[in-house]
Design a protein around this ligand. Structure first.
Ligand code: CP
Length: 295
């Protein structure tokens, strides 16, 4: 299988193969190793992105692929063209793979059935963000050596989070112990059987404290009372961070709302792995694009 639609349906072995391959790519001293020479890939973002879009492009270029960047705002989507017709259009022009970020849930699976090139999920609605979770697992494995038994607390806007879902579904394959912490309005009850909801004090007793961005753009009005109130109840403040065990690391997929879900001073603190996560995104996406495209 060359497409990567999510981690829920990927085996532990397949995930491990990608993590190991990313470790290989991370160690390569050469910036460009053109194993994807003459392979064309379109990065199709129907939702905004900085990290995912640029780290896919970086990964593709480091492997020598030809990269086409599609931005919905500057395309015929603005004239009403559908996502399906857009993908079919690029396919008909001869791309070999597509990286795609979109909002409608379920559309990616439908697209993957209809088009003949591999598709890589760069985030679909609040369903999955598989390359983010892969880079998160990679970051954790690098830190702790193994994911088995690792205590991971995911704190914040679980309901709207594709990052939480992909991490949960991947981490549970490795025997990690995932806990959630969220205000009631941001909980996803359908996931409660897989990970218990705990208090903030309980969530801080973990090897990894993963803070999530409050996704203001996905909220119906009124879910978030005020950023100050959220920070007070669910933010990783400096005071709370002082209670973390010495070995505990702080993660966040970013972009960060500084001083809302995490205090400004913690973002680049010694416990934070937020920027290393971004760095690890490049070798992870090299492994994913190699899988999608290499002959
Ligand atoms: N973490 C993440 O997906 O960031 P972007 O939305 O900037 O791609």
């Amino acid at each position: 299988e060359r497409s990567l639609l999510g981690l829920k349906d990927l085996s532990r072995t397949e995930i491990e193969t990608l993590l190991d391959r990313a470790a290989y790519w991370e160690q390569q001293p050469d910036k460009v190793i053109p194993v994807l020479k003459d392979r064309f890939v379109a990065n199709m973002f129907f939702e905004n992105s900085t990290r995912t879009r640029f780290s896919f492009e970086m990964a593709e270029k480091r492997l020598g692929a030809e990269v086409l960047n599609f931005a919905a705002a500057a395309s015929s989507v603005e004239k009403g063209e559908s996502i399906y017709d857009t993908v079919r259009t690029l396919e008909s022009m001869g791309i070999h793979a597509g990286v795609i970020r979109l909002k409608p849930i379920g559309l990616l699976a439908q697209l993957a059935e209809k088009v003949n090139v591999p598709l890589v999920n760069a985030g679909d609605g609040n369903n999955e963000h598989p390359t983010q979770a892969l880079l998160d697992l990679y970051t954790m494995r690098k830190e702790f050596g193994s994911l088995e038994g690792l205590r991971v607390s995911i704190i914040g806007d679980i309901k709207h989070s594709r990052v939480a879902r992909s991490n949960l579904w991947a981490l549970e394959k490795f025997g990690a112990k995932v806990k959630f912490c969220a205000p009631e309005s941001m909980q996803a009850p359908e996931l409660a059987e897989e990970a218990p909801y705990v208090t903030m004090d309980e969530a801080l007793k973990a090897d990894v404290v993963m803070m999530l961005r409050v996704q203001l753009e996905r909220h119906a009005t009124g879910i978030l009372k005020s950023p100050e109130e959220y920070r007070f109840q669910y933010g990783l403040t400096e005071e709370r961070a002082a209670k973390l065990a010495g070995h505990t690391i702080i993660m966040h997929p970013a972009p960060v709302n500084r001083d809302v879900e995490i205090d400004d001073a913690l973002v680049e603190s010694p416990k934070s792995r937020i920027f290393p996560q971004m760095r690890n995104g490049v070798p992870i996406r090299m492994a994913v694009m190699e899988r999608a495209l290499r002959l």
